[in-house]
Write a protein that binds this ligand. Sequence first.
Ligand code: FPP
Length: 238
Amino acid sequence: MLQNKTLNVPQHVAIIMDGNGRWAKQKGRMRIFGHKNGVRAVQEAVRYATKMGVRVLTLYAFSSENWNRPAKEVSALMLLFMQALEKQSHELHKNNIRLKIIGDRSRFSEKLQNKIKQVEKLTENNTALVLNVAANYGGRWDILQAAKKLAIAYDGGEVALDNVTEDDFQKYLVTENAPPVDLLIRTSGEQRLSNFLLWQAAYAELFFTDVLWPDFTEQVFHQAVINFQQRERRFGGS
Ligand code: FPP
């Protein structure tokens, strides 16, 4: 196993967790069965990231477009988030992990919004890993909400536009002070960004695997990290 202290471990890893539906279908089960098994893969990813010394792990759990799925699937997913928050919050806290739900929460039930606030408060001072769960998130929405916040600050005379740098702008994004995404993983063979972290992943190394999300393990994550470490990153330089 590589050691994080001496080797180049990605500081910020983002994952598009894809393929739950197909995994369930292969087994002749309902899609929600795939999502339920996806929760186990989330635990596996979090465990590995913590062990390797990744600072920020951002998971795409529910995109703004996912509301277009059948109502039954959407409500089952909401229930699953609620149950995962209830079951996992103490485990996360015990492991010194800070949980943040990033995205537009206004469409979530009041009960879910309150639960989110409670878990975020419980874990806010934890330092081992920041776990961002993107829920009702879209990259364009994120950039737009940041631009609106900047406009409000400008209106209030708090900023002078001429001096606003990319670094300043970044702080208005929902990921706030997270370092840029170094490694972005997508499972299930699809090779798209799907409106995830558009600003933050500008220079991310991309890793695609055919593994369906419920089958994602520490070994697959490790393979992605090894692959990342073999890449030469130039950030537009030569
Ligand atoms: C993509 O598979 C997966 C989702 C849209 C939901 C992700 C949710 C989880 C992994 C469970 C809970 C997560 C947390 C953070 C507690 P898909 O349904 O698009 O699969 P398909 O492409 O095969 O149809």
